[in-house]
Design a protein around this ligand. Sequence first.
Ligand code: NAD
Ligand code: MG
Length: 380
Amino acid sequence: MKDVFLVGATGSIGTQTLDVIREYSNEFRLVGVGIGNNIELGKKIIEEFKPEIISIKNKCELNLSYNPKVYFGDLGLLEVASYKTKGEMLFVNALVGIAGLLPTVYAIKAKKDIALANKETLVVAGDIINDLIKENGVNLLPIDSEHSAILECLKGEEKREVKNLIITASGGTFRNKERSELVGVTKEDALKHPNWSMGAKITIDSATMMNKGFEVIEAHYLFNIPYSKIKTVMHPESIVHSLVEYEDGVIKASLGSADMHIPIAYALRYPHHEKLECAKGLSLVGLSLNFKELSIDRFPCLGYAYKALEKGGIYRAVLNAANEAAVYLFLHDKIEFLDIEKIIYEELSKEKYKNIEYNLSNILEVSKLIMSDILERYGD
Ligand code: NAD
Ligand code: MG
């Protein structure tokens, strides 16, 4: 049995993780949960799984049928991350945004293996996380369809023989629109992803292609491959989840339906591919697969991710914070869709971040300052 701690339990990844845990209830026991604002669903989850420790974002009355440890606020998430059992422990981070960073750090320090959906953690602090993983002797596996596919394609191979990692992108909601057609698009338009049903922030990140930029950074730190060898390609069908090209010309791909249960189960039960009834299958007959260039002129946010990697230091945190604030403003009707990339570009161009030392407390501090500054400047 593995003792699972799941934060962000009521979200898109969180609820699909619970499906996998239900299906493999002989392998997993939900010991800790972190719940955000959806208290109604949160309570249902708590009563079904009866975890020992619970964290809730805002203080409230729960009136539960049993007596678990209950904590509130961001510190509550850290209590769940630090909580120890005698068994093998797995921390599933399904939080969105930089709120996921410290819980990951605390969970690693508590010697928990990590299944990480919260890509922002690796975007802002990939190398710090890699050092912590080594120091604490734990494993980290990605819950992201592209990285799960790359992990699969690298299995049994020599890393030095890798020519390129090729990350596929559906193209997001506006893939068939020219830039000129993006003026005045609404959040309702932007939230209609053609292939995946996901949380609001990542759906907007997919429409701006910032998500693909984040995934390039995520891949760089997960697989320890130079970012000059990490390429992207548009693949509108979302069937090929990513590819690895080897020096001899062989390209390995991992295919499957667009169903996050599959990468979630792979991270939880790595390296197994046993039966997964909660996931949709895929029939190959009649499928056609298309690949097109993903243009940085059309999707500048993808270019900003490489820029942030190149600038180094704290700049990946600058990229993430500017994006997080801008997406929040767009989702609250304060700015236009095209303002998102403008805000990111402006922040990334500032030279003042160059001399800030790269460490965990500065990452958190600078992120907070950038977010509150942008929210103040563009909000009400
Ligand atoms: P979501 O918005 O559906 O869920 C996020 C959850 O985190 C929510 O339940 C929210 O209440 C909770 N949360 C946020 N801040 C919190 C806080 N401070 N305290 C407690 N709870 C808090 O988002 P999602 O789509 O599930 O995405 C989660 C992460 O997974 C993101 O980093 C995203 O980029 C990544 N991801 C998602 C998908 C997908 O298919 N949804 C795919 C790949 C990667
Ligand atoms: Mg992805």
